[in-house]
Ligand binder design. Structure first.
Ligand SMILES: [Zn+2]
Length: 326
């Protein structure tokens, strides 16, 4: 069965909804475990429920996640696991492990709870953005994963009657929040990006002047200094912050050698690779082109069979160079 066909089988479980630690994610893990055995890998799980298919010492890992957002796509996460199994099947003598991390979309929860770490990690993932499609390139080498700062900003006003209160006498929290949303947009300078994706209005009634508005800010930048600058420019107090991480060491070098002409990208999305790299594991990430304008986390998510075949070939070559042949 081809990688593309296997992606179809995984997608059929839950119809694109396999939330972390759900029964659907369990079924996907069982299916991947059977494919791992077929590829000559020894299957095990750890305390967090992460699934491993190992051969030999397995100091080199590849993989991704099998959970999805609700009503997600066919390729996010699943591609890295299925392609890793295919690469392991082609490299019958290589000592390596293929891993399916648990609950990436809601954490990442599985990769954060690893009890042991590899010497090298390589993750194949869809780009989830339009850059490779616009460049007309099937594959890209990730240089870093953007850091992110998240927080909430609260605007206080005064609840008043929407009909009897003159405009000049109002203290409208939502009007202030609206100005802030535009301000956030003006503070960004690509590749740094910032988003207001959630707003809570109180009392949230059509005939009441908004008294209190809470705005969620998500700011991302490829290096620590740029992230600090962005947060300062926006002017909010992050409640959580993840530092950017660089791809490095043999996994990054091998991908760079195999794809000298391919675009270099900063991943705006967090990934399991970010967790491993932050823990000090030399990590590389290979992106495959997302079609349909790069849409992801929805059923329209698409990558072509040809691009995926190319990506699996590169992943296999990279693992062949990284993994010790016993
Ligand atoms: Zn993913």
């Amino acid at each position: 069965m081809s990688v593309f066909e296997r992606l179809g089988e995984v997608y059929a479980i839950g119809g694109g909804t396999r939330v972390g630690y759900s029964a659907e994610e369990d079924v996907a893990h069982e299916l991947a475990a059977s494919w791992m055995r077929d590829a000559g890998l020894e299957v095990s799980t750890d305390d967090a429920g992460n699934l491993f298919g190992r051969r030999g010492d397995a100091r080199v890992w590849t993989g991704s996640h099998l959970d999805t957002v609700p009503n997600g796509g066919r390729f996010d996460g699943a591609l890295g696991v299925v392609a890793g199994i295919e690469a392991a099947a082609r490299l019958r003598d290589a000592s390596l492990a293929v891993v399916a991390f648990r609950a990436e979309e809601t954490g990442p929860m599985g990769s954060k709870r690893l009890s042991q770490l590899p010497d090298a990690f390589l993750e194949l993932h869809i780009e989830q953005g339009p850059v490779l499609e616009q460049a007309g390139e099937p594959l890209g080498v990730v240089t870093a994963i953007a850091g992110q700062a998240n927080g909430a900003v609260v605007f206080e006003g005064r609840a008043d009657h929407a009909g009897t209160t003159p405009m000049s006498a109002r203290s409208d929290a939502l009007v202030e929040a609206a100005r802030f949303v535009l301000h956030v947009r003006e503070c960004t300078c690509e590749p740094a990006v910032a988003t207001v994706g959630a707003i809570e209005v109180e009392p949230n009634a059509a005939n009441v002047v908004p008294a209190r508005v809470t705005v969620a800010v998500d700011a991302r930048a490829p290096d620590s200094g740029a992230l600090d600058e962005l947060v300062a420019a926006i002017g909010f107090e992050p409640s959580s912050r993840l530092d950017p991480v660089a791809m490095s060491g043999p996994p990054f070098e091998v991908l760079s050698e195999l794809l000298p002409e391919a675009p270099r990208l900063v991943s705006g999305a967090g990934h399991d690779a970010m967790v491993l790299a932050a823990a000090g594991v030399p990590t590389g990430m290979l992106f495959v082109r997302s079609l349909n304008g790069g849409v992801s986390h929805c059923p329209e998510e698409l990558s072509s069979e040809e691009d995926i075949e190319l990506a699996v070939d590169v992943l296999t070559s990279a693992l062949a160079r990284l993994a010790v042949v016993e």
